[in-house]
Design a protein around this ligand. Sequence first.
Ligand SMILES: [Zn+2]
Length: 301
Amino acid sequence: MTDDYLIRHDTGFDRVLAFSVPARHARGRVVRLGPVLETVLSAHDYPPVIKHLLAEALVLTALMGALLKEEGSQMTIQAQSEGAPVDLLVCDYRDGEVRGYVRHDDAALEGLSENPNLEALFGKGYLAITFDLAATGERYQGVVPLEGESLAQACETYFAQSEQIPSLIRVAVRTNGPRCNAGGLLLQHLPDSEEGKERLHAGEEHPDWEHVSILAATIQPEELVDPILTLEQLIWRLFHEEEEVRVEPLAPLARGCRCTVEHYQKILSRFPEDQREEMRDPDGLIPVDCAFCSKILRIPA
Ligand SMILES: [Zn+2]
């Protein structure tokens, strides 16, 4: 066991901390990913720029997914484009499990700078953010253009436009050879406190929001990925002058996929038999490709 290993586990990688500043009507999530992120990235031989993009997307997935309260609810982010270096990015969160995948064109990436903006990666693409609520079966989806410097910025736009919730999002990614860790912060203003209700007084100009967002914006990328700094210490650094800050650790994150034989059998059962027959291989099994895991399952169906 190396020191690196110990540090990772002692300071809590793959954790999400929920926090709120009640007097300011602000809530948030802070996350740090380590081994879970490395597992997702290792499914494909991604070039560095795609690794960075997917790492950022997974942090956002964990931050936004951790806003869900009921078991079985899901949050999905999907970025899509055509004829661009990246034509598909999809990540989702359910019950603390995250997964993600990027489909890209290696040749088209070659001309890009080290830190390409969204337009360079996606051309004229769109980002869809979907919350599927288990309890009510409701689905909330917002679609925003893939514009700006980063996915984090596009997600801020989503909250401002689709949900009218002023939000600040910061993400940092650190790669060192095969090692990769990443961290993120999401802060939101919910003045009518009860989530889901119409928020008449929310606004970028609200003095409470101005106050907490200025504090949160002082966070440095190095702090988000510093393995020595716990998430609790990070929140303390930002908000220690507030009269009350509540923190609540959420269930640890894991890398999860739903590509089981049973899952695909259920999907394949919806196809007519003659189509299933066409899909069968010489052994009578239907090969199914899970892009998240980069593996082919052969399904008896
Ligand atoms: Zn899978």
